[in-house]
Design a protein around this ligand. Structure first.
Ligand SMILES: Nc1ncnc2c1ncn2[C@@H]1O[C@H](COP(=O)(O)OP(=O)(O)OP(=O)(O)O)[C@@H](O)[C@H]1O
Ligand SMILES: [Mg+2]
Length: 381
């Protein structure tokens, strides 16, 4: 299990990993916790993560910084097929470099399957998946392409539109355009999308860097914030009085959709605080929808999953306009949250698939996809 990561969703990932480990069938699986630190180094954790809520992880994070590091087992994924998937270098007593001796113990470890429990860039975006492809090790979830387009909201919307899926009106702006002519872009956003609009970093999650803007001033502030996280920004018309509907997808070539759920955010919109910190948001499973709406959500979820070349799992989010009943596909998350408040495992639980069996299925799907790939030729001779 790889968790943590060099992204704004590091803490959410640690909580997701802790929750998965807690529900893992230990008679079948022996978890090896691989932690990606915030600075990007991979370490073989002394013990698996315990805190299953992002708020707790944030608190512990603050404490962690104060505590001196014991010996750290830095680990490296071997980027070619072979017996050893991981090579670990254990140096002694890093706390005081003057005392550190240079001896290091190097060990290799073969892994049967990897569960990347990483959210956001440098983990959910195809980068880690690329490394796992090079290592030729089975892994849970979407491949390189599905992860990359599942992460990039701008490309994802292009694929949704090409697949004829209902999406909200939007525009995409990159940093150099904004720096060249912010007033013209502000005027265009206000004219074509009309306020309020949502401003989002194209490649991120957990609502990090997302704002709702109702005026030119708020729009400029929203762009400044989003550009701190990405060079590409997606600006969307706000769905008025929106309901937040979510649906789980599970499978490879024959994906299934779960019973849809609904989130009633505790704040104006489902921002980071409403998701992970104030615990006031209310999940409703099953979502109170008409039978025809349930069928639409499930059908559109599978179409969205296929449009991004999904594999294994995804959570598809929808925005439902309360007044008109218009349903929009908002986005696909290829590595959904698995924290205590997360909808993905809960929606499958409500669909008759308990959490431990869900993990089993995800690992089986990973092994199936890998086995199929072993039949492909990698040489012309
Ligand atoms: N066009 C929109 N109209 C109304 N509300 C919106 C719109 N876009 C986003 N939101 C609000 O912002 C929240 C976060 O947006 P979105 O799901 O796109 O971001 P995210 O960072 O990928 O979130 P996550 O991956 O955690 O689901 C939504 O759950 C919703 O509350
Ligand atoms: Mg997302």
């Amino acid at each position: 299990m790889i968790y943590g990561g060099r992204s704004g969703e590091h803490e959410v990932s640690v909580a997701s990993a802790a929750s998965i480990i807690r529900h893992l069938d230990r008679t079948r699986f022996d978890p090896v916790p691989i932690r990606i630190e915030k600075d990007g180094r991979w370490t073989l954790a002394d013990k698996p993560p315990m805190s299953v809520s992002a708020a707790e992880v944030l608190e512990h994070g603050r404490l962690d910084v104060a505590r001196p590091a014991k010996s750290r087992r830095e680990t490296f994924l071997v980027a070619h097929p072979g017996d050893d998937t991981l090579v670990t270098v254990e140096r002694r007593d890093l706390a005081d470099p003057r005392q550190a001796d240079n001896s290091a113990m190097v060990t290799g470890l073969g892994l049967d399957v990897i569960f990347p429990v990483l959210h956001g860039p440098y983990g959910e975006d195809g980068t880690v998946q690329g490394l796992l492809e090079l290592a030729n090790v089975p892994y849970v979830g979407a491949g390189v392409l599905g992860s990359a387009v599942g992460m990039d909201k701008a490309v994802m919307k292009t694929l949704f539109a090409a697949a004829g899926l209902p999406i909200v009106p939007h525009m995409v702006v990159i940093r150099s355009q904004w720096e060249r002519d912010a007033p013209a872009l502000t005027a265009r956003a206000a004219a074509t999308l009309t306020y309020p609009v949502f401003v989002k970093p194209a490649n991120l999650g957990s609502s990090v860097g997302i704002s709702k803007a109702k005026t030119h001033e708020e729009f400029a502030a929203a762009m400044t914030l989003a550009l701190q996280f990405d060079r590409k920004i997606v600006i969307e018309a706000a769905v008025p009085n929106a309901r937040e509907i979510e649906c789980g997808v599970l499978g490879n070539d024959a994906p299934e959709a779960s019973i849809p759920g609904e989130i009633v955010p505790s704040r104006e919109f489902y921002d980071y605080e409403a998701k992970y910190l104030d615990e006031g948001s209310t999940p409703i499973i099953p979502a109170p929808l008409l039978e025809s709406q349930v069928r639409d959500v499930q059908r559109l979820s599978i179409e969205a999953f296929r449009a991004v070349d999904g594999a294994g799992m995804s959570r598809v989010d929808f925005l439902l306009a309360r007044d008109t009943g218009a349903m929009y596909v908002n986005e696909v998350n290829t590595i959904p949250g698995f924290t205590t408040i997360s909808m993905y495992p809960r929606m499958w639980e409500a669909s008759g698939l308990p959490y431990p069996s869900l993990i089993d299925r995800l690992i089986t799907l990973a092994l199936e996809r890998h086995a199929e790939k072993q039949h492909l030729r990698t040489s012309i001779t």
